[in-house]
Design a protein around this ligand. Structure first.
Ligand code: 13P
Length: 247
C-alpha cells in the first residue's frame, strides 16, 4: 500500500497500436514534472495486447509508472476461451488489476458473483485489486450487501490492499456534465469508509480532467482518481499529475 496519490489511467480499448502507445508515453514523459516519483502512484491500464509494449516504452522513456490490467479471469489456467489469467498478467509486469468496471457489467454481464471471485484470485496472486463501485445515493443498503459479499472471504490482513473506486455511472464519459454534487461525493466517501475501514483507500472516477482534479483530491479528500478519456490526452494527463505534485 502506498501513501502517494493514485492517478490511474484506464485506457479502455485504446490506443490502436504500439506506435500510438509510444507517441502517447513520449509526450507524457516530456510534460510531467519529476516530482511524481515521490508523490504520485501513476498506474497505466492498457488493453491486454499492449501491456508488454507499455512495459518496454516505460523503460525507454525512463518512466516509473506501474502497470495494471483492465480485467482478469478468476482461474489461472484451463478451458476458458478468450480469457486471460492473473498469472499471465503478473508475468508481464502487472502489479494491479481493475475489477468490476461498470462497462464490463453493462456490456459483458459481469455479476457480483464473478467480481467476488476475481477479487479473491487477485489477492491470492498478489495483484492489488482496484475495485469499482457504482453506488446510487438511494441504495446504500445494496452497496453494503455488495461489499459484504466482496470482502467476507478475504483475510483481514489482505483486505487492506484493496483500492476502492467510487465511480458514479452518470459521471462516466460525460466530460464533466453529470458529476454528483459536492455533498454527495463527500457523503459517499464517508459511507464507503464506514462500510469498509477508516483508512480505506478510496479514489474517484468519472469525467476527471485538469480543471476539476484539485476538487477531488484536495477539497473532497479522495486518495486519487481513475481517469478514462483524459488519460489518452498527454496535455490533460500531465497537467493532472503536475497539479497533484504541487498540492
Ligand atoms: P472518463 O474519465 O472518460 O469519464 O471515464 C471514467 C472511467 O470509466 C474510468 O474507468
Amino acid at each position: 500500500m502506498t501513501n502517494k496519490t493514485y492517478v490511474i489511467a484506464n485506457w479502455k480499448m485504446n490506443p490502436q497500436n504500439e506506435q500510438d502507445v509510444s507517441d502517447l508515453l513520449e509526450n507524457i514523459s516530456k510534460a510531467i514534472d519529476d516530482g511524481y516519483r515521490e508523490k504520485v502512484e501513476i498506474i497505466i491500464l492498457p488493453p491486454y495486447v499492449l501491456i508488454q509494449a507499455v512495459a518496454n516504452f516505460l523503460k525507454k522513456y525512463s518512466l516509473s509508472f506501474q502497470l495494471g490490467t483492465q480485467n482478469i479471469f478468476w482461474q489461472n489456467s484451463g478451458a476458458f476461451t478468450g480469457e486471460i489469467s492473473p498469472n499471465m498478467v503478473k508475468e508481464i509486469g502487472c502489479k494491479y488489476a481493475l475489477i468490476g468496471h461498470s462497462e464490463r457489467k453493462l456490456y459483458l454481464g459481469e455479476t457480483i458473483n464473478m467480481i467476488e471471485k476475481k477479487i479473491k484470485i487477485a489477492i491470492e496472486e498478489q495483484l492489488i485489486p482496484i475495485l469499482c463501485l457504482n453506488p446510487r445515493k438511494d441504495s446504500m443498503e445494496k452497496l453494503s450487501e455488495e461489499l459484504t459479499i466482496y470482502l467476507e472471504n478475504i483475510p483481514n490482513e489482505h483486505r487492506q490492499k484493496i483500492v476502492f473506486v467510487y465511480e458514479p455511472i452518470e459521471a462516466i464519459s460525460t466530460q464533466g456534465g453529470k458529476i454528483p454534487s459536492s455533498e454527495e461525493l463527500v457523503e459517499m466517501k464517508k459511507n464507503i469508509k464506514k462500510m469498509t475501514w477508516p483508512d480505506a483507500k478510496i479514489i474517484y472516477g468519472g469525467s476527471v480532467n485538469s480543471s476539476n482534479i484539485k476538487q477531488f483530491v484536495q477539497e473532497f479528500g479522495f486518495d486519487g482518481v481513475l481517469i478514462g478519456a483524459k488519460s489518452l490526452d498527454p496535455k490533460e494527463f500531465s497537467s493532472i499529475i503536475n497539479q497533484i505534485i504541487k498540492l
